[in-house]
Design a protein around this ligand. Sequence first.
Ligand code: DGT
Ligand code: CA
Ligand code: ZN
Length: 579
Amino acid sequence: MKPDNRAVAQLFDDLGSLLELQGESAFRVNAYHRAAETLRGLGRDLSEIAAAGELRTIPGVGEAIAAKIEEILATGQLPALEREKEKVPATLLDLLKIGGVGPKRAARFWKELGITDLPGLEAAAKEGRLRTMKGMGPGVEAAILSGMAALARRTDRIPIGQAWPLAQALLTRLRESKKVRAAEAAGSLRRRKETIGDLDFLVASSDPEAVMDYFTADPRVAEVIARGPTKISVELAGGVRAQIWVHPPERFGTALQYATGSKDHNVHLREIALKRGLSLSEHALTRTSGKEILCAREEEVYDRLGLPWIAPELREDHGEIEAAQAGRLPDLLELRQMRADLHTHSTWSDGHASIREMAEAARAQGLKVLAVTDHSQSLGVARGLTPQRLREQRKEIQRVQRALGDAILILQGAEVEIRADGQIDYEDEVLAQLDVVIASAHTSLRQPREKITARLVGAARHPGVHFIGHPSGRLIPEREPADIDMEALFAEAARHGVALEIDSHPSRLDLSDAHARRAAEVGCLLAINTDAHSPEEFALREYGVGVARRAWLTPAQVITAWPRARLVAWLQKRKKART
Ligand code: DGT
Ligand code: CA
Ligand code: ZN
């Protein structure tokens, strides 16, 4: 099997870090880390891109890196990395995972004390040997031990579904302080990544000490890890890390821009600033004369660089700066534009609320169209519906529709199983009775690539299907996506006018941002749904919209953002095409 994009990216990251440990120039080191980051964000398989001879068209991939990617795809190995591993113990890379240990320190531990791995470092810190090194003392040893304990506790990255509500609660409390003029989420939270490494907050205040004291008094803060004049890092109960940056209100714009990142976006912006004779930092834009330009608002930072403001979700250096320069930023979808939810469940299958309760909740959320899409017969665990029960359900939907009037249109749909053999779980006559048909796979997701791809491609070709539900089948964090040739699926969906879902549930977010962007690029329509099993879950569409914005989607590309009449016409047209 060919290595996937993530595996290739990891090899470049490792190569960059090993070079960094040997004091290699930042220029070369960063080239590898940036390449890794770019590869992770691609919506297409590298083997595909390589086969099409298009590696060089990936931004940031030059001749040398393209050649290395080809070597990896051909052999599964990166010879340059193997050579570096002979010079540096590869276990030294583990040291870099500890907060406060960068490549320079790790290299010194290795060269001066012969430490090559985490257990070696732990022993040295406990025995007080680190303090024998120049510039280090007992404080460094304690910080390293606490960093190692946190590393052991940390369950990697936090799903946004957990991080976002926690962040909102912390922000609410911060905003209650009289010393706080403004408080915003920054970092990957503000960029709405699907998982969050640590929480970043930015506060505008002229009294940073008071704000930091106030924050550490929050009962959710377990431990202070580091405290400086403008920044404090803490560990929250449960092991999540958070940091707060405090800057005076007149510098809030530059600070928020910096703390929002991403790092790659910031690096690129700084290059643009330099070309204009300005240096950009978290504190200000500074002219070569030393004169500072203060920006209270983020818009001013971009404006000084000759750019329109760029939405945080786009700030990954995935082409947004070039698009801004060319005046071609997408007119991004917004939450308030969402009008329909076409994937929801009721007590007829595995949902927890009646159709009426679900419809009332959807109406209260401002939705104009709701499709009730319970599971189909073969999904026994979810109490899937037989054709007979579907007919009974239709009557109930009609009753609820009459009771609620026409503020919201209630459609009857079904989430129809794509069975392990590729068969669609209802006969064509049954499908023809439904207003909306979602085809999803819930079982046999570990089939070999060809088999599972054929299942999904077959569903996309089926004239009775409106869209494919949660296409990759992943669950964050516990289940990897199925091994699907997404490019083949997108091509087929685009050809047949079948839409693809962005399932908003934070444990799914499926399609992912990168895949949704690629799907739209090749002409697919997307449908953002909640997959709600209870009334509260309609609020989850905020996460789906976050994915869509990270995927550069406009309202025109998202059928659930279309006006009701247009959506209904589209649903009916597909239905007609199959009879
Ligand atoms: P995460 O926490 O791993 O989900 O990702 P971020 O993007 O929140 O990154 P984090 O927490 O390491 O840093 C927060 C922000 O700080 C980041 O988005 C941009 C800024 N930042 C961090 N390190 C650097 C850096 O070396 N250079 C620049 N220009 N910005 C940085
Ligand atoms: Ca962060
Ligand atoms: Zn479902």
